[in-house]
Design a protein around this ligand. Structure first.
Ligand SMILES: [Ca+2]
Ligand SMILES: [Ca+2]
Ligand SMILES: [Ca+2]
Ligand SMILES: [Ca+2]
Length: 489
């Protein structure tokens, strides 16, 4: 009898312990995201640029680019730069990296235990393709610089990596796809036109095929065109096509993303008069099927420049573009450009922003959207009085009216109420439910271990009191029983 009581007491103590543990772990780690529009700059006296931002599996945001420590720079002063931010834009760590030349990192991808970043190193007119492996502590564990090449993009390729860029052969450049096993080149695929300088800007591995976009500059007439191709895993070209063949203005950059069997390409290019004079720089966003047939095209233009080179597609299929607009009607004249399009190319949002005070221009380079709809844009700002790039920046954007951690835009897409913290009334905010992966519209589906608001706090107290009372009752009975046994003895 006594043993059974003791067993019961231990069981209740265990339950209480577990209960307190779940409560502490659950409640104190959960905090509603603030309604923020925040910006953080990174840099010193020289030039600092972020080219790319992406989330790692560790919940951080990594920004890549370069840093120049001195105001007046000479060759070799630019170093590759990696900065890790949390989602509140606090810097977790930053690293610079140099091989004695001018280095920059341009794109990166997540591998199982490492981040692989690619870019270039410049030595006068010589270019090196740069590849860097970074471990989870932000330390560079291996690196390689491949002569006569430039690396523009990297993509996981099974256990290996696909790197895209260009390689120079006797002064001419060819499209260059490298298959890497670590830093070891396992295979490379070069293809080009023989009469042009060719560079791949972006590569994407999708359903067993390789898709890439680049540009070619024909040496005879300097005509520039955008080239897209689909290749087999072995490197055979399955189809290819050039875009804007009638066109010979310069191409600034092009990016490629595939989402649900559709290829999306952004192009930064010049628009010229018939006489060949520059009107402006403008951006196209074009959509193709997997056979390369054009589905739609949309152009964004301004009177001087509009670049929309930062492209991201979220899980709802919304296309985001971030970049820069230069327009003499704006004050300051150079601002951040941001647009959202639906899958049919309809613009659902289009805005210019000046996040810095004073005569400071803003150049957006890359954009990422988290699961709650917050947008993170990186780039660099420009002192417009002297026309010089100053600091790299990261900007977090998103309107969250009810402060439940989900932006108003994403509440619309999730179908939750943008003015109600807990749409389905199950005691868990819409934000917590989205982060925990439960249905914010189903009161019977809610997170099991994370507790959040006062209602639950009260419930926790009540259940706690009941459990403690039972424990005391059982203990008292045991003590009484023990004393009665003693009396009997
Ligand atoms: Ca909200
Ligand atoms: Ca809500
Ligand atoms: Ca809820
Ligand atoms: Ca729910």
């Amino acid at each position: 009898m006594l043993r059974r009581r003791l067993l019961l007491v231990s069981l209740i103590v265990c339950i209480l312990g577990l209960y307190v543990f779940i409560y502490v772990v659950g409640v104190f780690k959960v905090k509603n995201a603030e309604e923020v529009v925040s910006v953080r700059t990174f840099g010193g006296g020289g030039e600092d640029v972020f080219y790319y931002v992406f989330p790692t599996t560790r919940g951080e945001l990594l920004a890549l680019g370069y840093t120049k420590s001195e105001e007046f720079v000479v060759d070799g002063d630019a170093d590759a730069l990696i900065v890790s931010f949390d989602k509140e834009l606090n810097i977790r760590y930053w690293r610079t990296f140099s091989i004695g030349l001018d280095e920059a990192l341009f794109r990166a991808t997540q591998l199982k235990d490492y981040i692989c970043a690619v870019g270039w190193a410049v030595d006068g007119s010589d270019y090196y393709g740069l590849i860097v492996f970074v471990n989870k502590n932000g330390n560079i564990v291996s690196k390689r610089a491949i002569p006569s090449s430039t690396f523009m993009d990297v993509e996981p390729f099974g256990e290996k990596l696909l790197v895209a860029g260009s390689i120079s052969v006797r002064g001419d450049a060819d499209f260059f796809l490298v298959i890497l096993n670590g830093v070891v080149i396992e295979r490379n695929i070069t293809f080009g036109f023989g009469d042009s300088k060719d560079i791949l800007y972006s590569v994407y591995y999708y359903c067993g095929s390789i898709y890439c976009v680049g540009k070619r500059i024909r040496t005879s007439d300097l005509k520039q065109e955008v080239f897209i191709a689909k290749l087999s895993e072995e490197g055979a070209i399955l189809w290819n096509r050039t875009l804007r063949e009638d066109y010979w203005g310069r191409i600034g950059y092009s990016d490629l993303i595939i989402y649900e069997d559709r290829i999306y390409i952004s192009i930064l290019r010049e628009r010229l008069t018939e006489e060949g004079n520059l009107i402006c720089w403008e951006s196209d966003i074009a959509c193709f099927d997997l056979q390369g047939n054009a589905l739609w095209n949309k152009t964004f233009s301004s009177n001087v420049e509009l670049n929309a080179i930062g492209m991201y597609i979220d899980k709802f299929g919304i296309i985001y573009l971030a970049g820069e607009i230069i327009n003499f009607d704006l004050n300051p004249i150079q601002q951040l450009f941001l647009a959202k399009l639906d899958e049919n190319g309809t613009v659902i949002y289009n805005e210019t922003l000046a996040p810095f005070e004073g005569n400071i221009g803003t150049i957006g380079s890359s954009i990422y959207i988290d699961e709650c709809g917050f947008m993170y844009i990186v780039g660099s700002n420009v002192d417009l009085n002297i026309g010089r790039i100053e600091d790299a920046f990261i900007l977090k954007l998103g309107k969250d009216t009810d402060n439940d951690g989900i932006t108003d835009f994403y509440e619309e897409l999730y179908g939750t109420d943008p003015t109600k913290i807990d749409t389905d009334g199950d005691g868990f905010s819409d934000g917590i439910e989205v982060i925990q992966g439960t249905n914010p519209l189903d009161p019977n589906d809610y997170p099991s271990t994370r507790l959040e608001n006062e209602k639950q706090f009260l419930l926790v107290i009540i259940i706690g009191v009941v459990l403690v009372s039972i424990l005391l009752l059982v203990l008292r009975k045991s003590i009484l029983r023990i004393s009665s046994i003693k009396r009997d003895v």
